[in-house]
Design a protein. Sequence first.
Length: 385
Amino acid sequence: MPSFGFSTVPHIVSESGVSRKIGALITQHFPDARHALLVTDAGFLKTGLVEAPIASIKAAGLQVSVFSDVVADPPEAVVLKAVEDARRAGTDLVIGFGGGSSMDVAKLIAVLSGSDQDLKSMYGVGNVKGGRLPLIQVPTTAGTGSEVTPISIVTTGATTKMGVVSPQLYADVAVLDAELTIGLPPKVTAATGIDAMVHAIEAYTTKLKKNPLSDMLAAKALELLSSNILAACEDGKNLAVRQAMLLGAMLAGQSFANAPCAAVHALAYPIGGIFHVPHGLSNSLVLPHVLRFNAPAAAGMYAELAEIVAPGATGSVEARTQALINRMDEIARRTGIETQLRQVGVQESDLDRMADDAMLQTRLLTNNPREVTREDARAIYAAAL
């Protein structure tokens, strides 16, 4: 039995419609809170789905401010503006309300608002000093699992992404409410769902911190996600299916928060950073090619996952590994999302730059079951083109 540690968010609520009662949750967990900052993006704000939660928070006796300038792959400037707004408003509770970007920004507001530590000094693993403001995370997509991870990704410079990884980034409460996801278009549902499946696959096969708890969570996540993703894309108003997707994404988040992601994410980051492709789609575009590359080192584990994702898969370890790859490819194609890099604007002349950028993701590459060289990275991109 391996030695391991495991951490996660202490309070999780999974209930369709629960965000409309978020004021009661605040009263229960943070009775001294007086001024909440709700962090979201302009697109989600326009849906009107934040109105009932805001009314609930006000009914609980709190003031509410809204920061809605979050953008995908948030740059440092957005984070720093949000922190400035939080300080000016006297925020003493932060609520992330959105996809991974909004929740990532919420984490950084919580640790920076009451601190004089510089954001740049937080990049890396374990570099956050001190505490943070109380933090609630409410995902509006079933994808990133950011509501239960201690990770925040920031775009630095023109295209490069850096991670802040520290225990202080774990939220106090995660709230899973399928009603907030019913407006997601099928392609967004597909890309975010595949992102969550990637989290589970990479956590299950990670080289350094794989453990029995992360394996159990990854397996259950894949069961929920693989059996509901197509139904969620076909009927986006099915609340039972949407709630199952949220739970699966959260379980995958718990898994990879403790058994970190690897080469799929490392190779996805340059696609998002350079070509502004959504994170989940970036992962999906390189996934089958990374799985094939990793197979010599991870086929036994991939064969185990195939029994969950592709029920009925039989034969040799290699055959079941191929069944996993085929099933993930089939899910992407049936949902209609892009499956080739050229479909999102990548050209062969871009591959060298992308390979160079991918090799900077040492935090992720060190976890991969098979060592990835720069030549390997370029070859995987070429296969995905």
